[in-house]
Design a protein around this ligand. Structure first.
Ligand SMILES: *Cc1c(COP(=O)(O)O)cnc(C)c1O
Length: 364
C-alpha cells in the first residue's frame, strides 16, 4: 500500500483569485442575435465555397500558418515578420499578457471596455489600474497618462470601444505609446471597418505599438476563431515563441485569402451597418431611450432598473440583447447590436413593442 498524502492540487494564486466569466452563449439558435456584435448575415460566398472545398489532406495534416500570414502581410503591405495569425483576437491578447507581463507588473485599463484585457491581465498576476471614463464615455486620456509609471507594461485601447461605441484618437494613442515606451500599447481595431480610422500604419514607426484585427465581426467568421496581430518585428518574435505553431486551424487558414479578397462583400456589410445604425439611432431618439453615439455595429442604451425585464421581453419576441449592467459605469445599460437592415428593422420593431408593453419610462 502506498501512503496517502494530503497535498492538494492548486492553481497559481493569480488564477485562484480570478472571478469567472460566462458570456450568455446558450440557447441562441433560431433567435435574432443582436447580443454579441456578430455579423447577422453570412460570410462572403467565396469563404463559404472555400470551406466546402476543404480537402482530406488539409484536414489530416497539421495546419501551416506561414503561407496565410504571407497573404495577410501582402494584403496590408507589411513585412511577414510583423504579422501573426491567432486563434481570434482573444488569443492575441492572451499571448501579449503571457509574453510581456510578470506578476506585479502594472496594467492600465480605461473602463468600461472589452472584458478580455482585464481577465488576461489578472491571469498573468498583474496589478491592474482601472480608470473610469466619464459619463459620456470619452476615453479618459489625461487620467491614463497620469497613471503611467516605470512598471506600466500593458495598455489596451479598443477603438471603437466595446460596449460604448466611443473612439480614441490617433494622437492620444501615439502620445500614450510615447509616454510608456516600456509598455505594450495594444490598439484593438476589432470594429475598424465600421469607423474607418486606424493606427495600423504607425506600427512601422512606433516600437511598442501592436494592432489587432478580427475576422469575427465584419467578415462574419466568429465561429472559426481567427484574428491577426501586427507589431514591431523584434517583440513579435517573442509572441511567436510563446504561441503554439498550430494555434490557427486549417479551416480558418483556408478562409484568410477569400475573406480578404472579397472587398465588395466587406463594403456591402459596412454599408448595411451604417444604414442600420442610423435607423436604430433615430428609433432611440423617437422612443426617448437615452443612448451613446456609436461608431461601431452596436449602440449602448440606458434602460434603468428594468433592464432585465426588457431583455427577457425581447427574448420572448425572438430578439437577443446583451446586458452591460455589471460593467463599470453601466448600471441599467443594455447593448443592442445592429446587422443587416432587415435584421435591424426586426430588432427595432420588437424594441418598440416591448417598451410599449412594459410602459417603460425614461429613467430619472
Ligand atoms: C468582439 C471583439 C473582439 C474579437 O475577438 P475574437 O477573439 O477575434 O472573436 C476583440 N476585441 C473587441 C473589443 C471585441 O469587441
Amino acid at each position: 500500500m502506498t501512503e496517502t498524502k494530503t497535498a492538494q492540487l492548486r492553481p497559481r494564486q493569480a488564477v485562484e483569485r480570478m472571478g469567472e466569466y460566462h458570456p450568455p452563449l446558450a440557447g441562441r439558435e433560431g433567435l435574432l442575435r443582436l447580443d454579441f456584435n456578430e455579423n447577422t448575415s453570412a460570410p462572403s460566398p467565396r469563404v463559404l465555397e472555400r470551406l466546402r472545398s476543404l480537402s482530406a489532406l488539409e484536414l489530416t495534416k497539421y495546419p501551416e500558418r506561414e503561407p496565410a500570414e504571407h497573404i495577410v502581410a501582402k494584403h496590408f503591405g507589411f513585412p511577414p515578420d510583423q504579422v501573426m495569425l491567432t486563434n481570434g483576437v482573444d488569443e492575441a491578447i492572451h499571448l501579449l499578457t503571457s509574453t510581456f507581463l510578470d506578476p506585479g507588473d502594472e496594467v492600465i485599463i480605461a473602463t468600461p471596455t472589452f472584458a478580455m484585457y482585464d481577465i488576461q491581465a489578472q491571469a498573468a498576476g498583474a496589478t491592474i489600474h482601472r480608470i473610469a471614463s466619464g459619463r459620456d464615455f470619452a476615453f479618459p486620456f489625461a487620467a491614463v497618462m497620469q497613471q503611467i509609471t516605470e512598471r506600466t507594461r500593458f495598455i489596451p485601447i479598443a477603438s471603437p470601444n466595446n460596449p460604448t461605441g466611443a473612439v480614441v484618437s490617433r494622437d492620444h494613442i501615439l502620445a500614450i505609446a510615447a509616454a510608456a515606451p516600456q509598455a505594450v500599447i495594444l490598439a484593438d481595431e476589432a470594429y475598424y471597418h465600421f469607423h474607418g480610422e486606424t493606427v495600423l500604419r504607425d506600427v512601422a514607426t512606433v516600437p511598442n505599438l501592436f494592432v489587432v484585427r478580427t475576422f469575427s465581426k465584419v467578415y462574419g467568421l466568429a465561429g472559426l476563431r481567427l484574428g491577426v496581430i501586427f507589431g514591431p518585428a523584434d517583440p513579435m518574435r517573442f509572441l511567436r515563441k510563446a504561441a503554439s505553431p498550430y494555434n490557427v486551424n486549417a479551416a480558418a487558414l483556408a478562409c484568410v485569402q477569400p475573406a480578404l479578397e472579397d472587398e465588395a462583400y466587406v463594403r456591402w456589410y459596412v454599408e448595411e451597418i451604417h444604414y442600420s445604425r442610423a435607423l436604430l439611432e433615430t428609433a432611440l431618439v423617437d422612443l426617448a431611450v437615452p443612448h451613446w453615439p456609436s461608431h461601431s455595429n452596436y449602440i449602448l442604451m440606458h434602460i434603468g432598473d428594468r433592464f432585465q425585464e426588457l431583455i427577457d421581453h425581447m427574448r420572448s419576441r425572438g430578439v437577443l440583447l446583451r446586458s452591460r449592467n455589471t460593467d463599470p459605469g453601466c448600471a441599467g445599460c443594455v447593448r443592442m447590436s445592429v446587422g443587416t437592415r432587415e435584421d435591424t428593422q426586426q430588432g427595432i420593431t420588437a424594441l418598440r413593442a416591448t417598451l410599449k408593453e412594459m410602459q417603460w419610462q425614461k429613467p430619472k
